[in-house]
Design a binder for this molecule. Sequence first.
Ligand SMILES: Cc1cc2nc3c(=O)[nH]c(=O)nc-3n(C[C@H](O)[C@H](O)[C@H](O)COP(=O)(O)OP(=O)(O)OC[C@H]3O[C@@H](n4cnc5c(N)ncnc54)[C@H](O)[C@@H]3O)c2cc1C
Length: 361
Amino acid sequence: MPLYDAIIVGAGVAGMAAASALAKQGLRIAIIDRGAPDVLKPGECLMADALKIMKRLGLSEDFIAANHRSLQAYHVNWGQQSSYQRHLLTSPAGAGWIVNRQHFDGMLLKHCQQQQVEMFWQNSLQAIARDASGYWQLQLKHPEKLCLSARFVLDASGRARAFTRHLGINSQRLDKMVATSCHIHSVSELSAATATIASDYQGWWYYAKYSDTRGCLCYFSDGDLPLPDGPKTLLAQANKQSLLAPLLADARPMTSTFKRSAAYSSALQNCIGENWLALGDAAASFDPLSSYGMTSALSGAFYASQALKRYFNNQPQYLQTYQQLMQKNFLAYLDKRYQQYEQVAGYNSLFWQRRQQGALA
Ligand SMILES: Cc1cc2nc3c(=O)[nH]c(=O)nc-3n(C[C@H](O)[C@H](O)[C@H](O)COP(=O)(O)OP(=O)(O)OC[C@H]3O[C@@H](n4cnc5c(N)ncnc54)[C@H](O)[C@@H]3O)c2cc1C
């Protein structure tokens, strides 16, 4: 049975960034993922702060070279106020990016391959156990039964929390938010360098164009409220929004990309334990309104790799420091989330009532 220093469950932003950082330290790393490498993941808007973290992870040169589109402003229609532009260029951190996820995830994969990270695609985590020496044994499902062994496990499996769920670690969920999304074919450049956000009676909309011909359209609401049931309905409902309609005039939905994904905010009770830690959405997940999920996944990868380096050098207390940092970030986020939703007035609907009361929905 192959023995690794660490196995990472999940090849998203958090898992791949952590894998290449750990492998650069000379550790033997494997990643398992239930999906294929070319699955298009959600999340395009990346804040400027992320570049500092990518520098520390050794990713910034390739990131800059990929020429992702600049994100200079959000065009916002929030509640019954008139619409406005929130400029990022004048903010302390500066402009961000609207990333092409295919290229971004491809860059992370390239770094893993260069560092000889072993990738097990289309292998879902099925069972976990520990042997007499305390090593983790991970049983994988598809295509053949395979068992991998490691000194340490990192759960980077997103909201699925595939590893910590097996351990019975609880996660506190703050709401029931669900994203209904579809990639769009459009050559219109009316929304160049901006992302659009517009509130609606039972949720809110997001649109960003990440290449000359493609953009991503999303509607966010709660899972128990009415949701668009297909790409045509999604586009038709978006076209009722005064900010979105002109941008989508030539839009054609790429129907095979239509999907629903969980988008709720949550935090794991503990994101460290005996020979394991969690990072990215598996540790704490954020409302996409914050555009913070990918930055958090990258910074989680950096701090987890630093904590693990010290842990393997007999300084286990650094895992506690990692946990404290994750908890502090989540508390700061909660304040901002509440402030954003508090600004919206004029809708007498469950979605907005739940958020404005700050109550657990
Ligand atoms: C619609 C939407 C829009 C968003 N927009 C933005 C945005 O504009 N900006 C931003 O910063 N953030 C955004 N986010 C959040 C952002 O996408 C996430 O925070 C970020 O991608 C999390 O990365 P991750 O690596 O932690 O998890 P994920 O990207 O979820 O990766 C987890 C991986 O684990 C794998 N996995 C799951 N279960 C198992 C299992 N049992 N066995 C093996 N593998 C498993 C999955 O296949 C997946 O590849 C958005 C989220 C949504 C839903």
